[in-house]
Design a protein around this ligand. Sequence first.
Ligand code: ATP
Ligand code: MG
Length: 214
Amino acid sequence: MNFQAPITIALSKGRIFRDTLPLLARAGIEPAEDADKTRKLILDTNHPNVKLVLIRATDVPTYVQWGAADFGVTGKDVLMEHGGEGLYEPLDLGIARCQMWVAGFPGADVHARRLRVATKYVRAARDFFGARGQQVETIKLYGSMELAPIVGLADLIVDLVESGNTLKANGLVPLEYMHDISSRLVVNKASWKMKHADCHALVERLREAVEAAD
Ligand code: ATP
Ligand code: MG
């Protein structure tokens, strides 16, 4: 496959890069370097027109929204917080799977009035509790949410859970399931129109790669 237009794909280092790599490879795209071993922020690929940009996971939807990248790979958790303005979400890549849960001390009352919830996912938390008419006070954190109930910063947390080991190590348990999370391919709406042939071809190639991986 040849790309006629320049295509930029935004990825984050770590698990998303590692899990996206085999899918890109099946779609015929191979980066010139290992993201986890370079300090470069822009990686060339075997296609002269295709570049990868390496950015923080939470910045991926922003780059794609503004057209600084045509495509991005990002967790559904990050997308829910961003809101999805300016981008389409054509494909669930089925990678970096985990779940979003309300968590806290065993037996904590998730239906109590006037709860304080600490989380990176303020919007998801407000939507979840708000949908059942429960007003909660949210406290925005950027990491180590498990600490919040222990030090009395919050009654509950909203966090991603894979094995539950981090919660357990801190005396917490998952209390209420919220969402299944996986990484999604997102595309800038204008790129989708203006570079349609290339964008469409890449989505279909990745779709086949995902189906082959299942
Ligand atoms: P940083 O670690 O740089 O602060 P981050 O925590 O957003 O950023 P990662 O830990 O690489 O970055 O997570 C990226 C994405 O991977 C998350 O947005 C989520 O969709 C997914 N993810 C996070 N934790 C897990 C997990 N335990 N298991 C599977 N997927 C996860
Ligand atoms: Mg992390």
